[in-house]
Design a protein around this ligand. Structure first.
Ligand SMILES: [Zn+2]
Length: 337
């Protein structure tokens, strides 16, 4: 079987790897219909996180091939979407709605391949109502992480009717947060982006305003657009010091920041935290909680998050996919096993 291995920073190869098999009775093995490269895969690619012969990939849709004896909710032949976080669905954290921090869970890996083993299948996978039409597959794949993560950002920021929502970050997650804010009924959605193609997609997904400025200038612009108050809701979808402070400072007192960009050395000065008087909530997105609703919206063609994939390549060309995302030539790359 073929699978993507990151040997070291900037060295991505597609190699013959061992076929996955059932190890625990709660496992499923799925044959991948589509997989993709995540913005978070760029951190090790760029040498910002350590990497050593890592099987890559945590986003996936496909057909169940085999299940362990204890699996009851999916069966061979089912088309499934799974979260990038593994969860049992039964512990107190899962049942409270936070499967991404399941007491017995972990993170998915190795899905940039032809097949993958999914541990805790019952609590991690959701089957679709039937075999999807081919044009729905990119959207279902997006639900696995990037849509679910943007959705959580919008929910954590308390997006809703009457609210002005600002989104910091025009990567795939930021764009999905815009789509989510629109679905959640936000009145005004401000995309912070300086790239024309991404601005265009942001508007398609529901952005009403674009702010090109960053840092303090970006904050000033958000204030200017909101009678000096700041946005009610701000989604932080980058994970850097600058983007986090931009998000906090763009939020009005009493407002909410939903942060879903994986934090890299972010430190919030106490004075900023204290006097901004905002709600801060975020972390790894509990995608599994949202999957049934997201699958339904996609199945009924009410949302089209699959548009976020602007490059599709065969799995064998994964290295070019990483390069295209690293150089920002592509927003998000879909890989066909
Ligand atoms: Zn759990």
């Amino acid at each position: 079987m073929r699978g993507v291995i990151m040997k070291s920073a900037r060295d991505v190869r597609v190699e013959d790897v061992e076929e996955p098999r059932i190890i625990e009775s709660t496992d499923a093995v799925i044959s991948l219909t589509a997989t993709c490269i995540c913005g978070s895969d760029l951190w090790p690619y760029r040498g910002i996180e350590p990497v050593d012969n890592q099987p890559m990939g945590h986003e996936y849709v496909g057909i169940v091939k085999e299940i362990g004896d204890a699996v009851t909710t999916v069966a061979p032949g089912d088309f499934v979407v799974g979260s990038f976080c593994l969860s049992d669905g039964t512990c107190e954290i899962c049942t409270a709605g936070y499967p991404s921090r399941c007491a017995n869970g972990g993170f998915m890996s190795g899905s940039q391949a032809q097949k993958v083993r999914v541990p805790l299948a019952d609590g991690t996978l959701v089957k679709t109502p039937g075999m999807p039409d081919p044009d729905l597959i990119p959207s279902l794949l997006a639900a696995s992480d990037v849509l679910g993560t943007g959705w959580f950002g919008a929910v954590a920021a308390e997006s809703g009717p009457g609210k002005t929502v600002a989104v910091v970050g025009d990567g795939a997650v930021g764009l999905m947060a815009i789509l989510a804010a629109k679905q959640l009924g936000a009145e005004r959605i401000i995309a912070m982006s300086r790239h024309e193609s991404r601005q265009k997609l942001a508007r398609e997904f529901g952005a009403t305003d674009i702010v090109e400025e960053r840092g303090d200038a970006g904050v000033a612009k958000i204030k200017e657009l909101t009678n000096g108050y700041g946005a009610h809701s701000v989604v932080e979808a980058v994970g850097t010091q600058e983007s986090m402070l931009q998000a906090i400072h763009s939020t009005r007192p009493g407002g909410h920041v939903g942060f879903v960009g994986v934090s890299h050395d972010v430190e919030i000065p106490g004075g900023d935290l204290f006097f901004s008087e905002v709600h801060l909530f975020g972390g790894p997105a509990p995608v599994r909680r949202f999957l049934p609703e997201l699958i339904k919206l996609i199945w009924e063609r009410k949302i089209n998050p699959g548009k976020v994939f602007d490059l599709t390549l065969p799995l064998e060309d994964a290295a070019e996919g990483y390069k295209a995302m690293d150089e920002r030539r592509a927003i998000k790359v879909l890989l066909k096993p």
